[in-house]
Design a protein around this ligand. Sequence first.
Ligand code: AMP
Ligand code: GLY
Length: 424
Amino acid sequence: MNILLLGSGGRESAFAWKLAQSPKCKQLFIAPGNAGTSQYGENVNIKATDFEAIGRFALDNAVDLVLVGPEEPLVKGIHDFFLADEQLKNIPVIGPQRQGAQLEGSKDFSKEFMFRQHIPTAASRTFTRQTLQEGFEYLATQSLPIVLKADGLAAGKGVLICASLQQAQQELIEMLTEAKFGDASSKVVIEQFLQGIELSVFVLSDGENYKVLPEAKDYKRIGEGDTGLNTGGMGSVSPVRFADAAFMQKVTDRVIIPTVEGLKKENIPYKGFIFIGLMNCDGEPYVIEYNCRMGDPETESVILRIESDLVDLLLGVAEGNLNERELIISNKTAATVVCVAGGYPGEYLKNKVITGTENVRESHVFHAGTSIQDEHVITTGGRVLAISTLQDNLFDALQQATADASRIYYDGMYFRKDIGFDLL
Ligand code: AMP
Ligand code: GLY
């Protein structure tokens, strides 16, 4: 079959690598892809949000399945766009329709969903410009630190953890009345702060049945020892040692089943990945957020532990018989180290020539922010490459990924050398 993968990051490189190995995959297209994805399929110069062009391409190229990598096309309704078109509606799209994508597209929606379904999450209330005064009154009753979240998509920047009441009040004003995050902060969720260790749990659902994919831990801060500014993610590991059988049973019973069943009860169709950002608070799972897609850089680690054919699993989602498909997970350990551009996550260097990838020994080099110019591979994004490896144990995986990252060079290159060491 012909598969069209949408997106251009490290997550999509890892997906492309895996999809291309399937005997069921005849042709793989990646729109728009990056310098690395062209090793696994054909890059197509169409943006993942240009629905008209994607639809035309899918028809012209006999595409049999569309896998959506990032959240933006889902929240904007790419799946609905396909369903509304006579010719496109028979091409399955992996990724929820607009309504299901609200789990990520609106924090208020996802909190209300969790409250209705009794899914453990931090206490919260939502405020608008009209209820600013009530927001102040609510803030005054809360303990510190307190978390403020822009309701809509804010490119990972919409969450503020405020140490003082004064800071929280100021931020609330800026978000609601000065559009600090544009339209995304026209509603603000004020949420209790959760103390604990985070992990990412991934579920693949066909709307009726589900499979739990390998869990992962993501390292978000730019600096070693988890210091400095937040980034899109500097590395990941899978499995996560504290997510043992007992903990994962709690996650399944209290979060995963109520989520899948809750979507069904509320008549929200959902065919795709559900990314559950969890806080482990003294052994008890609380949901921090949902995303309607896989994580990045978690996917680069998770994908290495999936031994089964990913295309077969996606067909199970499309056909609604995921329960009949096999998911085999490796018990080895995967680690990913992300190489970023100098200056990232602030203003960063671009168009630097990348060398040395041919010296990488055992790891996969999943491209993220790269493109090809005059036969050179150059940096174009903040997160440039994800170096991922699967080894017998965490120590070996971390050593291999870090050593292989060191074999690569571009002007300004930086990566964290302590990914996963807190779990050793
Ligand atoms: P989000 O955009 O919802 O993933 O939030 C970004 C990050 O903020 C999360 O990965 C957490 O590290 C942190 N965070 C969000 N909500 C909370 C909370 N209620 N308590 C503590 N940390 C939080
Ligand atoms: N790694 C976090 C995310 O993909 O949102």
